[in-house]
Design a protein around this ligand. Structure first.
Ligand SMILES: [Zn+2]
Length: 182
């Protein structure tokens, strides 16, 4: 599932929660992360792809933090430290340009101390988003108990990650239950 308002949400949805019947990891060693980066490429800064272990480490911190917020549980300080680590690994500055079509800003990522701008960007974008209670209120777990996806309900009545997949499964299950009782 891709296309959530922040890249961090797409990132945590690249893995099914352990124990779920669809246990699968799009960033596993055999699949690699290149396909995922191809989809997200236009939403993140240019530059080298990060090590997949670092990407999985960021994913796990974000999953921890977002699940806590969705479930109304305390956010762990470990997850906060992890996000800070990624944000501080590549500081950014904004530069203003005057062009023929007007003013434009451009973000410059300071890689002097190492680090990967894509990871720093995903962490920073998620941090800003998760500090806004009006955004956090719209985060939902998919209503299919076998699904581990978390999404942003722009429409407050949305309860499935993908209506065509999880919504259909639920309708089929309801139909079977009704048929059993009949
Ligand atoms: Zn789902």
């Amino acid at each position: 599932m891709v296309g959530e308002p922040i890249v961090g949400l797409d990132l945590i949805n690249t893995v099914a929660v352990p124990g779920s019947p669809v246990a699968d990891d799009l960033l596993s060693a055999d699949r690699g992360a290149e396909a995922w980066w191809r989809i997200e490429g236009t939403r993140v800064p240019d530059g080298d792809l990060p090590d997949v272990r670092a990407l999985r480490r960021l994913r796990s911190a974000l999953r921890d933090m977002i699940e806590a917020l969705v479930d109304g549980c305390p956010v762990s300080t470990a997850a906060v430290s992890e996000l800070n680590f990624f944000m501080q690994s590549v500081p950014a500055s904004t530069r203003l340009h005057l062009t023929g079509t007007g003013l434009h800003t451009q973000t410059r990522w300071h890689c002097e101390r190492g680090g990967n701008p894509r990871l720093a960007f995903i962490a920073t974008q998620a941090a800003e988003f998760l500090c806004d209670p009006s955004q956090v209120r719209r985060l939902r777990r998919c209503a299919n108990p076998a699904c581990s996806m978390i999404f942003m309900a722009v429409n407050p009545r949305r309860s499935w990650c993908t209506p065509g997949v999880c919504g259909n499964r639920a309708r089929v299950a309801r139909h079977h239950r009704r048929a059993d009782r009949a």
